[in-house]
Write a protein that binds this ligand. Structure first.
Ligand SMILES: [Zn+2]
Length: 336
């Protein structure tokens, strides 16, 4: 057994809609939003790090407290460190005790919050929900070695195509939610600045945006975990960060961003579970090589979804062929 410090918050220890408002209510009921002003010293220390200039201004009397004041603005959060049992979890009642705040309810999402809390970050989203991210030191157990290997070709229309022939589709609900988000954003832009209707529209956009983010996160955690559990070796293409930044096409930009995040999840989950993640260089021509005989088809264009190898005659599905090549190249990298 190995001890590692892992960022637990990336595992979505978030509070659901209902319980978030319950938490908000309770925080308000106990001491009001000013509880932050008198927040414990650790919270202030950490906040200072994050909001340095704003706090200096506050303490020198030039500006108001930079806490949860603005309804908009950047992400609002503060962090408190664990010391002498100042943070406690009641797993039966689903309550967490935070310094200066007291016991507040949290929404259980089926996963246990482990022992070994290092710190808790409380944040407020633009739509006004509160979340607690809990950083824990967790004992991770490597999974028993399995023999399976997989290569992944990430796609634009499809999320990924695996060398096994499996396809991970982009979930339809996610696309629907994005379309709705775009509509709400257009509606917001037409509302008069400073009006009540504009504030309503802003809230709608914020809620929809959070929904999209949550859906993407659920989808990515589910699939990255499945891949890591099922395979000993996973080979994928390294992302070209430069291209990602340059890309102006929305659909491509979105899928690249989703990919980057997915790769990050794959990396740490592979570490957690003792799996090997290998990344194939961005200039490896995974689509153009025939996975059977290695011939390079320089004539292949982006619109060719199927092609026949000019040398051995094999007919390829473009993406499946690429996924198989990515696996082969990953294995070659590992061997060398
Ligand atoms: Zn061939």
């Amino acid at each position: 057994m190995e001890w590692r410090i892992e960022v637990y918050k990336s595992e979505k220890r978030y509070l659901s809609y209902k319980a978030c408002s319950a938490m908000l209510t309770q925080i308000k009921a106990t001491s009001g939003p000013e509880w932050l002003v008198e927040a414990d010293k650790f919270a202030l220390q950490n906040s200072l790090r994050d909001l340095d200039a704003a706090f200096v201004n506050y303490f020198e009397g030039r500006a108001g407290y930079p806490g949860f004041k603005s309804k908009r603005g950047p992400k609002q959060s503060y962090q408190t460190n664990f010391t002498n049992g100042n943070i406690r979890i009641d797993r039966v009642r689903h309550q967490i005790k935070l310094p200066k705040v007291g016991w507040v309810e949290y929404a259980a999402d089926g996963r246990e919050i482990p022992d070994g809390i290092i710190n808790v970050t409380v944040s407020r989203t633009p739509s006004g929900k509160y979340f607690a991210s809990i950083l824990c030191e967790v004992a991770m157990k490597s999974l028993s070695a399995g023999g399976k290997e997989v290569g992944m070709d990430m796609g634009l229309k499809k999320f990924a195509i695996l060398s096994t022939g499996e396809v991970i589709e982009n979930p339809g609900y996610y696309i629907t939610a994005r379309i709705k988000l775009a509509k709400l954003q257009r509606a917001l832009s037409k509302k008069k600045k400073g009006s009540k209707n504009r504030e309503k529209a802003r809230l709608k956009v914020a809620r929809q945006h959070e929904k999209v983010v949550n859906q993407r996160r659920d989808f990515q955690h589910k699939h990255s975990k499945k891949l890591v559990v099922e395979n000993q070796v996973i080979s994928m293409e390294e992302l070209r960060i430069k291209n990602m930044v340059k890309n102006r096409k929305l659909a491509k930009a979105i899928s690249d961003a989703a990919w980057g995040e997915f790769q990050r999840l794959m990396e740490y989950k592979a570490r957690w579970y003792g799996r090997t993640l290998v990344k194939v260089g961005p200039f490896y021509p995974s689509s153009k090589l025939c996975e059977k005989c290695g011939t390079k088809n320089a004539m292949l264009t982006l619109s060719d979804r199927q092609w026949q190898c000019p040398k051995c005659g094999t007919v390829h599905d473009r993406d499946l062929n690429a996924a198989k090549n990515i696996l082969a190249e990953g294995k070659r990298i590992l061997a060398g």
